[in-house]
Design a binder for this molecule. Structure first.
Ligand code: 13P
Length: 343
C-alpha cells in the first residue's frame, strides 16, 4: 500500500466545490428508476443514459470529482466506441467502482440485512484497478423502521464487512468509500436517527482500527441525521445540519480526508440545503461534500425520459443539480439560485 498516493486520491475526491456522482445503480435498481420514466432497461438504454451524464462536459469538469460506476458500466463503450471510463477521465473526474454485491438476509435477525461480496474481492479489485478505478464503494444498510431493530448483530457484522472491504481496497491501491447507511424509512424522529447513527459510526471506526485500515486513505459516506420519511415530526434544515455536525465531530477522526454524504431519498433541494447549511457552520476538520445518486439524477432522468432529442435537456438538468450541490459544498448555495437554470 502506498498511503501518500491513496491520500492524494481521497483528497481529490473532496476537492472544494466538487463531489461524487453515484451512478452505480445495480441492474435491478436502474430498472426501477427507468420504470418510473417508462424506459425499458437494456444494456443499450443504460449506456445511453449514463453516456449522457458523463458527456455533460461543463458539469463534469467543474462540479464532479469522481463517478461511482456499476460493474457493467466500467467495461462499456459509448455509442461511438470510446470507453465510458475514458470519457470520465477526460473530464478530469476519477472513476470509481461499486464492489459490494448487494444484501442478503442476516440469519437469526429477522428483517435485517448484511452486505455481501467479500469472496474473491481481492481478485476483482486488481481487475478494476487495471481498468482505471481509483476508488471503490461498499454500502451497508441499517434499517431502523421496525420494532427492536437494529440489532447489535446487524451493526457488528456490517461494520466488520465494511472494514474487511476497506482493508482489501487499500491493499489494492484503491481508496475505499466506507458507507454505513442508516435508512430514512420509518416514522422515527431525528433523535433516534442520531442515536443509531452514533452506534453505527462508532462500531465502524472500531472495526476499521481493528483491521488496520489507514484512515488517511479512505472517504466516509454517511447518512445525515434526519427524521424518518414518515415521521410527523420533521426536523428543520438548521436542526439536521447542527445534529449531523455534532455527531460527526464526536465520531469521525480528523485523519479521515473527507466526508461525502449520500442523499438517501431526501428531495433534491433538501439534500442540497442540508449540505449547504452544514458548510455554513464550518470550522470542521474535514471537507463535507456530496456523493449523491438520486439527488443528482432524478431531474435528468425525468428530463431525458429515454428520448435522444431530450439529451440536451437531460444534461442541463444534471448540470443544474451538480452546480447547486457544488455551491452547497462551499456553503454558497441559497434557495433563490434554484430558479436559475444552468447554461
Ligand atoms: P443516494 O444519494 O440515492 O442515496 O445514493 C447514493 C448511494 O451511492 C447509495 O449507495
Amino acid at each position: 500500500m502506498n498511503l501518500p498516493d491513496l491520500n492524494k486520491v481521497a483528497l481529490a475526491m473532496v476537492t472544494p466545490g466538487k463531489g461524487l456522482l453515484a451512478a452505480d445503480e445495480s441492474s435491478g435498481t436502474i430498472k426501477k428508476r427507468f420504470d418510473d420514466i417508462k424506459v425499458v432497461s437494456t444494456e443499450e438504454t443504460r449506456r445511453d443514459y449514463r453516456e449522457m451524464l458523463f458527456r455533460s462536459n461543463e458539469a463534469m469538469a467543474q462540479c464532479i470529482s469522481g463517478v461511482i460506476l456499476y460493474d457493467e458500466t466500467i467495461w462499456q463503450n459509448a455509442a461511438d466506441g470510446t470507453p465510458l471510463i475514458r470519457i470520465i477521465e477526460q473530464s478530469g473526474a476519477i472513476p470509481g467502482i461499486k464492489v459490494d454485491e448487494g444484501t442478503q438476509a442476516l440469519p437469526g435477525c429477522p428483517g435485517e440485512l448484511v452486505t455481501v461480496g467479500l469472496d474473491k474481492l481481492a481478485e476483482r479489485l486488481k481487475k478494476y484497478y487495471q481498468q482505471g478505478a481509483r476508488f471503490a464503494k461498499w454500502r451497508a444498510v441499517i434499517d431502523i423502521s421496525g420494532h427492536g431493530i437494529p440489532s447489535m448483530t446487524a451493526i457488528h457484522v456490517n461494520a466488520h464487512a465494511l472494514a474487511r472491504y476497506a482493508a482489501l481496497c487499500q491493499a489494492a491501491q484503491i481508496v475505499p468509500i466506507v458507507e454505513p447507511e442508516v435508512l430514512m424509512d420509518g416514522d422515527h424522529d431525528i433523535d433516534r436517527c442520531y442515536a443509531v447513527t452514533q452506534r453505527v459510526l462508532n462500531k465502524t471506526f472500531q472495526e476499521l482500527r481493528v483491521q488496520r485500515v489507514a484512515l488517511e486513505g479512505m472517504i466516509l459516506k454517511p447518512n445525515m441525521v434526519i427524521a424518518g420519511k414518515k415521521s410527523p415530526k420533521q426536523a428543520s434544515i438548521a436542526e439536521v445540519a447542527e445534529k449531523t455536525i455534532r455527531l460527526l465531530k464526536a465520531c469521525v477522526p480528523a485523519a479521515v480526508p473527507g466526508i461525502a454524504f449520500l442523499s438517501g431519498g431526501q428531495s433534491d433541494q433538501d439534500a442540497t440545503a442540508h449540505l449547504d447549511a452544514m458548510n455554513r457552520i464550518g470550522g470542521l476538520p474535514w471537507p463535507l461534500s456530496f456523493s449523491y445518486g438520486r439527488a443528482l439524477q432524478a431531474a435528468p432522468q425525468k428530463a431525458w425520459s429515454g428520448k435522444a432529442e431530450n439529451v440536451a435537456a437531460g444534461q442541463q438538468a444534471f448540470a443544474h443539480r451538480a452546480r447547486m450541490n457544488s455551491l452547497a459544498s462551499k456553503g454558497e448555495w441559497n434557495a433563490g439560485l434554484e430558479q436559475m437554470r444552468a447554461a
